[in-house]
Design a protein around this ligand. Structure first.
Ligand code: ACO
Ligand code: ACO
Length: 154
């Protein structure tokens, strides 16, 4: 039987949250910067912490999923997809019209997941990961340089 998944808005993040959020964004400095301005939603599966995401209002009527991560042993069981749906419902309820997400050009799995869930590519932040990160990032045997930006109209 499928385990029940619950989502909850969190006011105070713990080290457990930060450790997981660092899986999606390796820069603690960047993370600390946007965490303060974001809404945090965590996912628990029968009380067990299993995922987290941060939603950042960026423009009038627009909110960005600035960070999303699922605990390693629970990945590939649909929790990421459920978090994306939860973000959409939350944003709609709060009156947002647009939801955005950005990911690395080398993050093929993530690009698949976001497009599968209705996000469409709307831009490229060239050299984002070169200019904003102290150390080079490698993924899928490639140097990560550019950020792909995606958008969904609610
Ligand atoms: N590589 C390949 N395929 C993937 C990946 C991946 N990294 N992530 C998801 N998928 C596919 C799954 O195979 C699945 O495919 P299917 O529907 O055809 O079976 C589909 O996408 C749905 O996947 P879920 O199980 O819902 O995703 P999951 O619970 O694993 O969560 C997430 C996805 C959040 C990306 C997770 O892999 C993770 O925490 N990764 C590390 C952190 C990260 O990369 N976060 C995103 C960075 S971008 C940002 O934060 C804005
Ligand atoms: N999916 C996943 N990985 C691929 C793919 C693919 N479709 N094509 C190549 N790769 C990877 C290989 O796994 C390999 O990875 P590695 O270096 O880590 O081992 C690397 O890319 C190099 O692959 P090659 O063996 O050199 O590529 P191949 O001889 O298979 O040619 C091509 C690639 C031309 C895309 C071939 O798969 C093909 O003819 N596909 C059908 C037609 C097509 O899609 N053409 C491109 C359309 S875009 C355009 O024409 C401008």
């Amino acid at each position: 039987m499928k385990k029940e998944l619950q989502f909850k808005e969190i006011n105070k993040l713990t080290e457990e949250h930060y450790q997981l959020l660092l899986d999606a964004d390796p820069s603690r400095k960047m993370l600390m910067n946007y965490t303060k301005r974001s809404i945090c939603i965590e996912a628990r599966q029968e009380e067990v912490f299993s995922g987290v995401m941060l939603l950042l209002p960026t423009r009038p009527e627009t909110i960005e999923i600035i960070n999303i991560a699922v605990v390693k042993q629970f990945r590939n069981h649909g929790i990421g997809q459920r978090l994306l749906k939860c973000a959409q419902n939350w944003a709609k309820q709060k009156g947002y019209r647009v939801i955005e997400i950005g990911t690395g050009s080398t993050s093929f799995g993530q690009l698949y997941l976001y497009q599968k869930n209705g996000f469409r590519i709307c831009g490229i932040d060239k050299n984002f990961f070169v200019e904003h990160y102290e150390r080079p990032i490698f993924e899928n045997k490639l140097r990560l340089r550019d950020m792909i930006r995606l958008r969904l109209y609610l």
